[in-house]
Design a binder for this molecule. Sequence first.
Ligand SMILES: CC(C)(COP(=O)(O)OP(=O)(O)OC[C@H]1O[C@@H](n2cnc3c(N)ncnc32)[C@H](O)[C@@H]1OP(=O)(O)O)[C@@H](O)C(=O)NCCC(=O)NCCS
Length: 173
Amino acid sequence: MDNLTIDAIEIRPADEGDLSAFATDPDFGLLPERLDRRAAEKGELLVAREGGVPVGHVYIWDERADEPELRKHLGDTPLIMNLWVQEDRRRRGVGSKLMTKAEDWARERGHLLVALGVLPDNDAAIKLYLGRGYREWEHGEVKTHHDHYIDGDHFETSEICVIFVKKLMPDSS
Ligand SMILES: CC(C)(COP(=O)(O)OP(=O)(O)OC[C@H]1O[C@@H](n2cnc3c(N)ncnc32)[C@H](O)[C@@H]1OP(=O)(O)O)[C@@H](O)C(=O)NCCC(=O)NCCS
């Protein structure tokens, strides 16, 4: 790809065939599970394609959170998670476009708030979220669980996350 040419970025629901492009994502093993949740109408996995090539993804979790603190303070607010962009395609607006579409998806379903968790030292992602109007909630950090699917095994770890929320403007269309 020549540096001066930026192909149009298209965001659309993931196809099963897109997933193999994400093998370098540490959460690669989780993606088929996200497609299963989508099939059960519990969320959506969106993929960014550039010149037809899958370059990033994001999942919108549209069910109640597993973590009690999130359930208590957020109710049925959707959670945006699994935002990831191929390393050699970063800083070109792909992550932002995925976030815009994820927020649109939530708004179209009547949600006026979205939330997400991020590791406190993930400066790149935090800068992206702050730039998009996300604000840290007032209830402190939360111990969240992280599913891993590796070579057919499933296990969970926990991580401490900062929670960010964003109010969505109602859909005026
Ligand atoms: C976070 C991530 C999704 C950003 O994707 P991206 O396509 O590079 O993001 P964008 O190009 O849309 O960046 C939008 C803005 O976010 C901020 N930003 C993104 N990456 C940054 C970085 N490495 N350092 C500083 N700011 C950064 C900047 O303000 C940027 O705007 P600018 O490029 O005009 O300065 C990508 O770095 C990634 O996949 N990281 C690994 C997975 C991850 O951490 N996901 C988030 C989990 S909560």
